[in-house]
Design a protein. Structure first.
Length: 155
């Protein structure tokens, strides 16, 4: 497990060699006991995202998620492989054309989320294809906090 220097006592972030930020961990901000996700896979994702702006990492659901401008894009899953966020209108086509499966969490199919098994991510090219698709989709979403509300009905 990599050890990174602390950024500050009041800050729960861990400094990474890449521009990514990590949130979570124990109370002191340091990584907790061994992770349930594939750390090598997470490192490979981190390397692919190193040149992207606005990327941060956050531990969630027992895995390590990579967010792009606040939108979860891809995650190293505790179940192995990755979860990839895609345009929901593309999900069925991608499942048909690849070995990806629709992601199921808590017994519910998650719209716009695919699970890709580790066997489908052995090469850099295989992983990069999914990571880029996830980043492209995350960048297409409206900025976090800038939700468009419907106009109020006139009285």
């Amino acid at each position: 497990m990599h050890q990174y220097p602390r950024m500050g006592a009041a800050n729960d972030e861990i400094r990474h060699p890449s521009p990514c930020r990590v949130e979570g961990g124990d109370v002191d901000g340091l990584p907790s006991a061994p992770m349930a996700y594939d750390e090598d896979l997470a490192h490979r994702i981190r390397e692919l995202l190193a040149i992207e702006a606005g990327v941060r990492e956050q531990r969630m659901f027992g895995g390590l998620a990579f967010l792009v401008h606040g939108h979860l894009a891809v995650a190293a899953s505790r179940q192995g492989g990755i979860l990839v966020r895609v345009d929901p209108s593309d999900a069925d086509r991608l499942v048909t054309a690849s070995a990806a499966e629709l992601a199921v969490m808590g017994g519910r199919t998650m719209r716009g989320w695919l699970r890709v098994a580790p066997e489908q991510l052995r090469t850099k090219r295989q992983l990069a294809r999914w990571v880029q698709r996830a980043v492209d989709h995350a960048r297409s979403l409206p900025p976090k906090g800038a939700r468009v509300l419907p106009p109020k009905a006139s009285r």
